[in-house]
Design a protein around this ligand. Sequence first.
Ligand code: FEO
Ligand code: CA
Ligand code: CA
Length: 667
Amino acid sequence: MTEHRSPDTHFRTSLLEENDGPGTNPTDNQTMGEIIAARFSRRGFLQGSLAATAIAVTVSPLALILADDARAAGGSAFSFDEVEAGVDDKHHVAAGYDADVLLRWGDPLFADSPAFDPTKQSAEAQERQFGYNNDYVGYIPIDGSAEHGLLVVNHEYTNPHLMFPGIVKVVEKDGKKELEVAPLSKDQVDVEMAAHGGTVVEIRKVSGKWQVVRDGKLNRRITSNTEMALSGPVAGHDRVKTSADPTGTKAIGTVNNCAGGVTPWGTYIMAEENIHGYFSGELPADHAEAANYKRLGIPEGAYEWAAHYDRFDIGKEPNEPNRFGWIVEVDVNDPTSVPRKRTAMGRFKHEGAESIVAKDGRVVFYLGDDERFDYVYKFVTAGKFNAEDRAANMDLLDDGTLYVAKFAEDGSIEWLPIVFGQGPLTAENGFASQADVLIETRRAADLLGATKMDRPEDVQPNAANGKVYLMLTNNSKRKADQVDAANPRAENAFGHIIEIVEDGGDFTAAKGKWEVLLKCGDPSVAEVGATFSTATTANGWFGMPDNCAIDAAGRLWVSTDGQGPKATGRTDGLWAVDTEGEARATSKLFFRVPIGAELCGPLFTPDDQTAFVAVQHPADGGEDWEPFGRPSYYEDLSTRWPDFKPDMPVRPSVVAITKQGGGKIAV
Ligand code: FEO
Ligand code: CA
Ligand code: CA
């Protein structure tokens, strides 16, 4: 999700004003936001690729010579022809590749799915169609195939102003454009609830192109109403009992599934991230959960679900929020299986859960808690992965140790165990059991002295080189006196990437080393302090790293969230980043998305011949960009965008990128 604003402010305020720009530093120093605003002035981005031109001409001749020298000396190890950075309403992929829309919001998934009709939406139809705002994308091979498998996709959240015709007005307030959105009806709330969750869908490559197998036996939609089990140490605890579930073992649905993972045993992981927005109401006075909920920003009341469903009103159902904020595991081999919320993996704003089998067979999951000044975690299973017997792995996630990261100034990292009874995690501090510790994971990590990070997003272990890559997307609120070695920039508008090497190359290790791989942003602006290699072109740099992937050759690809005309003069996209040798920290633009979108996924098939990417919330915020501006694309199709074609990725879409004529994406 772009920034951590609520969906409420998300559709009532322009994205461009909401972006993580100037902080609240009271000094007169020019803020990073002001520097950037001056740089990417309106003139520079009025026409698509002009942005790239505007940037290029301001780079000093010396820098260009240095960059040419670096390229001559080796430059990027990726041989594709770089895309030109810029801003427009289309997606762009490197020459020689195809970027084909595979699935869009509303596309049918089952033989009996109704066709998508935005003017006649219903929850019943949406439950049989691809959901909204695709984020995580995973691929689970069928019979080991790289050309036939299950695509698993998270549907993170909903943008009602882009979904429902006729509910939006653009108003001018203090000289700024704002969106005024009418309250949603119960039917519209039901559509939203059905558009959340996840999709499991069979796909197959035929003559070089991917197709959806609409009647696939394992196709499935998971929504905010799908019955789930609470499992692990918190299951059955008093703090998760509600009037609908007096046993504390049955949750209803999942929300805000951001990134995720596929386990080594082929199950699908959905991380529950910004859960606070779904809850409204007020806790009874002096309620025991008050501090717990405050630490997570609950209730934020961004969604209108509580108006129709009591479980989202914390005054009526005070324990319901404790049943969200977990990692959810789905057995995709059985479309009737009950997804399980794995409470041993902690409760926070889970970004994702990428995993790797350690040398001794235990499985390690890396977990980010995406909020400014929150933490990085890892979970190590107690049991070992059994490659011969899938069923033997099905409860591995109920038993293990959760750790939180402490990054020291000397480049070492310590993983602190979050275990009831150890250190400060005792009755003295209000914990009576491991269940209490897990329900309040953030407070436990606070007490342990974990390092406050600049919004931890995706964390990806790399089997090829034993390293772990951590995306820190930005943190405009970090002040100069809050800077530390692992978060080295005050008012960090563009984020950075940290590389971790666990001791002995053992992913279960309690200690390791870390270094900053890359400080992001425009390297030609000295104040930004970006550290891309000089071989990186004016198109090749990026800001706001969010998701990442490792291809089969072990190379890093980074996708971004939150760029745009004002922030960086370019839309979000997918960049190939060198991590080894002379080319380290060289980045090249491979694919970029239409204005307003963030790019999620990304995911390479095991043969490296396809990159799946998820184009999330295209058009959101675009109303502030003159050539595109519109309150809702349905209303404006006929008058403001006559060239609209149904295959344009203006609906949230999963896109399959392949090389023309076949072959690996990048060699
Ligand atoms: Fe949903 Fe942290 O992005
Ligand atoms: Ca994300
Ligand atoms: Ca990833």
